[in-house]
Design a protein around this ligand. Structure first.
Ligand code: ADP
Ligand code: MG
Length: 197
């Protein structure tokens, strides 16, 4: 067929033009990774607490899989659960990630260990770095390795306050209450939290 008689609607013509179009798509279509929003709690009560937290966040954001979106103010917080230990430095970060929840947890654990955290130490006891997944999209997950939302988040002022500083309107996907509402209604006894100046 002479070039001048090519039909205007080339989609109907299974010829050379369409092959070129599909090659173009194959070369340029990188698989698009789904991105997720997670809120993490960061804490330390051993050594240079603030530096430990900062280094933990830096290690995390070195990864191409994690982007820091926001960070709360930094707090000094009273130890809960296991009370006979030093006050903590605590804050929260909001991240975007393409890691699934378990891969994210494993990555955070590797950062904790690189910071010198001793595995199997006293439960709720002193730690050089603690990185917890508090929320991951609206995911609800409960298995032997990982519980999301974090199972104690709604009882911990040192978790709720910094996350509410970032996004007060977040809904708890299980309790179906705003985090700000949970924070305002919680018993503050023994849960001192002072902004770090
Ligand atoms: P916590 O941070 O509550 O004081 P740990 O840091 O000692 O407790 O964590 C104990 C274990 O809890 C971890 O080894 C991890 O496997 C598990 N875990 C379950 N859900 C979570 C979560 N959402 N974030 C972090 N760890 C979790
Ligand atoms: Mg933890």
């Amino acid at each position: 067929m002479p070039a001048s008689s090519t039909p205007p609607n080339s989609a109907k013509m299974p010829g050379r033009n369409n092959r070129l179009i599909s090659l173009h798509l194959t070369l340029n279509d990188e698989p698009v990774k789904a991105m997720h929003i997670a809120y993490l709690s960061v804490g330390s009560n051993l050594g240079d607490k603030l530096e430990n937290c900062r280094n933990g966040i830096s290690a995390m954001t070195c990864s191409a899989s994690i982007r820091l979106i926001d960070q709360s103010p930094i707090y000094r917080t009273e130890p809960v659960d296991f009370r006979d230990q030093d006050w903590f430095v605590n804050y929260a970060v909001k991240i975007e990630t393409d890691l699934d929840p378990l891969s994210l947890l494993n990555f955070l654990k590797s950062i904790e260990q690189n910071a010198g955290r001793v595995p199997h130490a006293v439960r709720f006891g002193p730690r050089v770095l603690d990185l917890d997944i508090i929320l991951y999209d609206d995911v609800v997950q409960n298995d032997s390795k990982l519980t999301i939302p974090h199972p104690r988040m709604h009882k911990r002022r040192f978790v709720l306050k910094p996350i509410c500083d970032i996004d007060p309107d977040i809904n708890h996907p299980v309790l179906q209450q705003k985090l700000l509402c949970l924070l305002e209604n919680m018993d503050e006894e023994g849960q001192g939290i002072i902004e770090y100046k």
